[in-house]
Design a protein around this ligand. Structure first.
Ligand code: AMP
Length: 423
């Protein structure tokens, strides 16, 4: 036997026991999004590389170092999506949805980034996010933030903290960028290699450096707030005012700039202190320039993306995940004619919404009961010669071992009421 093939580093299987929590999260999120008037959209996992280069930005870590890019058999340059915003804009443009009734959408699915795998950082990870178009008002920024806040509440999460900042309009950012470059140039000696590189390409990104000396430098770096034009300032003030009115607590983090190029005005992140270094569970903000960059009419937009793996881990730590639901019934059938009766009973039982595993294979009574026990089902229905002759079924409670006989006519009512009581 050759060695079994393993999954790719940084790409994880989600096993049945893990998925209970995932499905719970997806279900709660989809209800919350629907309550805000958002509709689901599904887009391909692969897009033209150019889409990401144009939207996320050539000089971002994602496009420079992290994308899974390849040539397909036609010689087209394609990439696995590292995030979904660019693809959603592409789809909205392609189908003419941006200026129609559907301007609020949500998505969920896998994203791919070739980062260094560690706890909370994977190469295939999952995001659930929303995007909304056509509304330039700060009210939209607050709407998307309040959706996340509502979601945490519904999930029973406590202790997640909101950080916000503004990146202003592109015009006010030009002046700020100059001031930053001047400041960092005057302090070149304290910059690490990565920051030196960013000083040329994307100086704002120095603000979220993890290097100790640079963090110190950032404490007293110029603050964008002092460079905002009056419209940008008003926009940010309104975000703050509405958040306060809604009772959504936040802190302003002047160093919050986020990794993607397309943000403007409000940016935000939800953080937790329970997950170690990878402490952001959700990031988002406004990205007014992106639609135009991708060939559409100028269209304001805002959105966020939640990191599903991190959120699930947090839900586990806070014991907010339920256990896997048990299968209700396992049918044990000890002969060919018992099997026929069992199969047709199973169909009837499933019709009323009860889950049934029908034994396949081994005909021995003992081995089937063992399988019933191992399956985690609550009840075993046993059909043997006796039962066939008396048109009845033996019902065995697998936890206690108790058993009783029920006529086939009364079977549905009996097992329904037993399962209801057991809930
Ligand atoms: P971003 O698309 O970079 O703004 O990320 C949004 C959220 O996705 C982050 O706050 C994380 O929770 C999550 N995330 C981003 N990259 C990864 C990754 N490599 N592995 C796991 N989660 C990630």
């Amino acid at each position: 036997m050759s060695n079994p093939i393993q999954a790719i580093r940084g790409m994880n299987d989600q096993l049945p026991d893990d998925l209970t929590c995932w499905q719970y999260l997806e279900q709660v999120a989809s209800v919350v999004f629907k309550q805000f008037g958002y509709y689901e959209i599904r887009i391909p996992v692969v897009e033209k590389t150019e889409l990401f280069a144009r939207s996320i930005g050539q000089v971002t870590d994602i496009v420079e170092k992290e994308m899974y890019t390849f040539q397909d058999r036609n010689g087209d340059q394609l990439s696995l999506r590292p995030e979904a915003t660019a693809g959603v804009v592409r789809a909205m443009l392609q189908h003419g949805l941006l200026h129609n009734a559907i301007q609020r959408v949500w998505y969920a699915g896998p994203m791919f980034r070739h980062e260094r795998p560690q706890k909370g950082r994977y190469r295939q990870f999952h995001q659930i996010g929303v995007e909304a178009y056509g509304m330039a008002e700060a009210d939209l920024d607050v709407e998307v933030i309040s959706m996340t806040s509502q979601l945490w509440r519904k999930l029973g999460l406590t202790g997640v903290k909101l950080e916000i900042n503004t990146l202003g309009s592109p015009e006010s950012r030009v002046e700020y960028r100059d001031a930053l470059v001047k400041y960092f140039q005057a302090n070149r000696d304290s910059l690490d290699a990565d920051s030196l590189r960013r000083l040329e390409s994307n100086p704002l990104r120095i603000l979220d450096s993890k290097d100790k000396a640079v963090i110190e430098l950032n404490r007293v770096a110029p603050d964008i707030f002092d460079y905002l034009d009056s419209a940008s300032r008003e926009h940010f003030e309104r975000v703050r005012l509405l958040l306060e009115r809604l009772g959504i607590g936040y802190i302003r983090n002047p160093n919050l700039v986020r990794g993607l190029d397309y943000y403007s005005h409000t940016v935000f992140e939800w953080k937790t202190d329970k997950l170690g270094a990878q402490n952001a569970i959700c990031g988002g903000g406004r990205y007014d320039g992106l639609v135009e960059k991708l060939g559409g009419r100028p269209t304001p937009a805002a959105g966020f993306a939640i990191g599903v793996e991190r959120l699930i881990e947090l839900l586990r730590i806070e014991q907010r995940c339920q256990n896997r639901e048990r299968t209700d019934i396992y049918i044990v059938q000890t002969s060919e004619s018992a099997l026929e009766m069992g199969l047709s009973l199973a169909m009837k039982i499933r019709d009323v919404g009860i889950s049934v595993i029908s034994n396949i294979g081994s005909t021995g009574f003992k081995s089937q009961l063992k399988k019933a026990d191992r399956s985690g089902a609550q009840l075993a229905l046993i059909i043997g010669e006796n039962e066939l002759q008396t048109n009845s079924v033996t019902v065995k409670q697998l936890d206690s071992g108790k058993q009783f006989s029920v006529s086939t006519e009364k079977l549905l009512t009996e097992i329904s009421s037993f399962l209801e009581q057991a809930e």
